[in-house]
Design a protein around this ligand. Structure first.
Ligand code: PBG
Length: 328
């Protein structure tokens, strides 16, 4: 029998390029931003080296630069002063709140940039949970959904192209869709954090937003990392309720979930390469143990190869230079 020689297809970078199956493009990326009140201020986040909380003017600059480099979209996470936080997260519905002002300004200044806003109460609640809690600390589903609907409509009116419920309450996708349609916001899309796991990888994000939990955990609403059929069930439900796009989160430990949902539900699918996934690589990079940008490139490529159409990641500025066209 003839010896098979797969190495022939790896002989030169020209041939390798020809047979390359997955391509990562700037157009596949969504950059998250942590936004604070004020002007021309930047606060480092210890557990996210290279990522800062920024005031709106600086977000505008950074977002413009990324957009020029081909990044189509950003995700907005407000950092709310603890003075404005309470048990109900009422600041989420302030008509002149931080998120509203960010959306209005960015939509005006960079109209072609796709703006995605998180819909959940954790940046606004004093306890850090994603919804309102009863006297036992249990997050109440339907009262939370009611608030999320109002939030989605407020943010839609302020300029959000896509609202992204990250709370994992039951029925929120259908309820938000109805609310948006009633308000004449048929064009506002819904990206559902469909398979959001109760992961230990969100720590740096919670430090960044100041939403570290005061009690309990999120296991009564976020999913058990041991389960995958449950993710497909959740994805089917979200699709039936009118989601436009689905998300798996975190990304790298959940590549099997990405592949499964991609096979079963025919909606665009994205993944969130989360704060802990970024922090681990940065720690190794700073110790000289790993080449951060190259590892990030491999990570994002793997997430795409598994089936994600696009990816949220803090590593975008580190990966973009590696995506530039190189001569052979
Ligand atoms: C809030 C939310 C979280 C993340 C995105 N939206 C944290 C959480 O659920 O506690 C995490 C993102 C990251 O770790 O980068 N609902």
């Amino acid at each position: 029998m003839l010896l098979a020689r797969p190495r022939r297809n790896r002989k030169s970078s020209a041939i390798r390029n020809l047979v390359e199956e997955t391509v990562l493009r700037p157009a596949d990326l969504v950059m998250p931003f942590f936004v604070i009140e004020g002007e021309n201020k930047q606060e480092e986040i210890k557990s996210l080296p290279g990522v800062s909380r920024l005031t709106l003017d600086l977000v505008l600059k950074e977002a413009e630069k990324l957009h020029r480099q081909g990044v189509p979209s950003i995700a907005i996470f407000p950092v709310i002063d603890s003075r404005y936080k309470d048990e109900q997260g009422t600041a989420a519905l302030h008509e002149d709140g931080l998120v509203i002002r960010i959306l209005q300004t960015l939509k005006r200044e960079i109209p072609s940039l796709c703006l995605i806003t998180d819909i959940a109460l954790d940046p606004f609640t004093s306890h850090g949970h994603d919804g309102v809690v009863d006297q036992h600390g249990y997050v109440m589903n339907d009262p939370t959904v009611e608030i999320l609907c109002k939030m989605a409509s407020l943010f839609g009116a302020a300029g959000a192209d896509i609202v992204a419920p990250s709370d994992m309450m039951d029925g929120r996708i259908g309820a938000i869709r109805r609310q948006l349609d009633l308000a004449g916001q048929q064009e506002v899309g819904i990206l559902s954090y469909t398979a959001k796991y109760a992961s230990s990888l969100y720590g740096p994000f919670r430090e960044a937003v100041g939403s570290t939990l005061k009690f309990g955990d999120k296991k009564t609403y976020q999913m058990n990392p041991a389960n995958s059929r449950e993710a497909v069930r959740q994805a089917v439900l979200d699709a039936q309720q009118g989601a436009d796009i689905l998300m798996v989160k975190p990304a790298l430990y959940y590549l099997d979930i990405i592949t499964k949902i991609k096979e079963k539900v025919h909606l665009p699918l994205c993944a969130y390469h989360v704060s802990g996934e970024y922090a681990m690589v940065m720690a190794a990079h700073e110790n000289g143990w790993l080449d951060g940008p190259k590892v990030f490139h491999e990570a994002l490529l793997s997430i795409k190869r598994a089936g994600a159409d696009f990816i949220f990641s803090y590593a975008i500025p580190k990966v973009l230079p590696l995506l530039e066209l190189k001569p052979f």
